[in-house]
Design a protein around this ligand. Structure first.
Ligand code: CP
Length: 301
């Protein structure tokens, strides 16, 4: 089957800067109510295939579809699908693609090869979190949040704290920072850092926070590895606590992609901090995904 699919978004290195700028401009217009969206999606479908758990990404893509008049075809987990009868993930995707949705939003583990699959399907694949490889729309909504609050991403300093080795969000920020000109630095216990960090590493959280325009805590992925010290020690040294965040400038942003382990990487009081943009990130996630889908269905992306 020939592919009409050169529009898939699997990573951010292959997304041109002008497309990212256009994505952000369209999101601005949607936020201001300046873009007419009604009826564009009428009679169209978008497939949301979430083979792994999600709250924010899945529901924001559903919201984006609803606001564009597109009917979302949701496959939420494996239960109740023919995956339970032994059908492969790839076959499932190919069968849904045969129903000709406008796009395939896919969350999956590293075991599904989205790159080769994108050459076999007719509809563009949008990576909604692919194993440890990347989570492009999360990095885009994070950067959009920085841009909205600080005017631009260019030249800004973004500290990513915590479980970076297992983080697809960090992987996408390593790519996007090259496109948008922001500097990423890392801070976390040795076990949580990449073996060869591609960017600067701060050994002390206080120094990293003092340097940063935006500080992003990542979820400690307890399911992926054994923590070799206590979670209380982790919180004291790397947690976003009221005490630790005294080192962060009053103009800097506190961010987290979610879900949060409250009391481990971020304390509940920090959600009320005037610098926190954590729920704004979620709202911006809808704008970015709406903008992306709008670009796809209107042929502009
Ligand atoms: N940030 C994020 O991907 O959250 P979900 O896992 O809830 O989608």
């Amino acid at each position: 089957m020939s592919s009409r699919n050169n529009k898939s978004i699997l990573d951010l290195l292959s997304l041109e800067k002008n497309k990212i700028d256009s994505l952000f401009s369209t999101a601005d217009k949607i936020a201001k109510g300046e873009l007419s969206l009604d009826s564009k999606g009428f009679g169209k479908t978008g497939a949301l295939l979430f083979f792994e758990a999600s709250t924010r990404t899945r529901m924001s893509f559903e919201t984006a579809c609803a606001r564009l008049g597109i009917h979302p075809l949701l496959l939420d987990g494996k239960s109740g699908t023919s995956l339970e009868k032994g059908e492969t993930l790839e076959d499932t995707v190919l069968n849904v693609d045969a129903m000709k949705p406008e796009f395939l939003v896919i969350r999956c583990g590293d075991d599904l090869d989205l790159k080769s699959l994108s050459q076999k399907v007719q509809s563009p694949i949008l990576n909604a979190g692919w194993g440890k490889k990347g989570h492009p729309t999360q990095a885009l909504l994070d950067a959009y949040t920085i841009r909205r609050n600080l005017g631009s991403c260019d030249g800004k300093k973004v500290l990513i704290v915590g479980d970076i080795r297992h983080s697809r969000v960090a992987a996408s920020h390593f790519e996007l920072s090259q496109k948008l000109g922001y500097e990423v630095a890392l801070c976390g216990p040795q076990d949580f850092l990449p073996e060869n960090p591609p960017v600067r590493v701060f050994s002390r959280l206080a120094e990293g926070l003092a340097w940063a325009d935006a500080a992003m805590a990542l979820r400690v992925q307890l399911e992926r590895h054994a923590v070799k010290y206590s979670l209380q020690d982790y919180r004291d040294q790397y947690g976003f606590t009221v005490k630790n965040l005294k080192h962060l400038s009053s103009h800097a942003l506190i961010m987290h992609p979610g879900p949060i382990n409250q009391g481990t990487e971020l304390d509940s009081e920090v959600l009320q901090d005037s610098r926190s943009r954590i729920l704004e990130q979620v709202s911006n996630g809808v704008l970015i995904r709406q903008s992306l889908i709008h670009g796809i269905i209107s042929g502009g992306f």
